[in-house]
Design a binder for this molecule. Sequence first.
Ligand SMILES: Nc1ncnc2c1ncn2[C@@H]1O[C@H](COP(=O)(O)OP(=O)(O)O)[C@@H](O)[C@H]1O
Ligand SMILES: [Mg+2]
Length: 242
Amino acid sequence: MGILSAGAAETPLVELRALSKSYPEGGGERVVFRNLSAGIRRGETVALLGRSGTGKSTLLNLIGGIDLPTAGDVLLDGMNVTRLPEQGRTLFRRRHIGLVFQAFNLIPTLTVIENLLLPLELNGRTGRPARAAAMELLGRVGLADRNNTYPDRLSGGEQQRVAVARAVVHDPVLLLADEPTGSLDAETGTRVLELLLELARNEKRTMVVVTHSDAVAGAADRVLVLQGGRLVDGTFSGGATE
Ligand SMILES: Nc1ncnc2c1ncn2[C@@H]1O[C@H](COP(=O)(O)OP(=O)(O)O)[C@@H](O)[C@H]1O
Ligand SMILES: [Mg+2]
């Protein structure tokens, strides 16, 4: 098993240490945020709120090891992923992290079931047991009967349910979702969020979800708000961050 299965309960699963991110711009630099620190406990579900452009996606990409900070460190279960070489970060992410994006990002040339088999294959899981795991999860998101369909034959909500299933099929300890309902109507979005919460909580997974939804903020264990380059613990107060 990976290192993430053995951590002491009191070690934060995610630890952000003095995290800064800037982008070069016009000879100078554009600071997205500076000196962010936070800890997220094992099994906690966190809603990350903040106005457009405050750096929510940037922060999620840093937590997931997709992007590197300008300064500071991201520790996952005590492991400093920021200091891993790129290949190491990729392997770590494949094994331990599940990602859901606003734009679904399913692979259009693969069937629904093949989209789910891919993260398993990347973790060395193939054949009948992998297929059974993928089918089981498709069942849980209510799409077992669509397993041989291509993503473009599905509605937006169905595609996102497949994407949610794909994000957890390899049993990641950390689930990161960036505005997962941003492309869906309210009712469909609610169903997707309920699924995310259920698939996180049932397996005691830790989840960070970037959202503008009051419902998600209300259902999450904790709300973090990015504002003015700072990360503040907050209770969502109906649209105040919009
Ligand atoms: N690759 C990039 N190059 C330059 N600036 C970027 C890049 N990615 C994001 N930014 C800038 O960083 C800021 C935060 O972006 P983002 O994390 O996407 O915000 P949010 O997700 O909260 O809307 C924005 O001002 C954006 O323009
Ligand atoms: Mg964003």
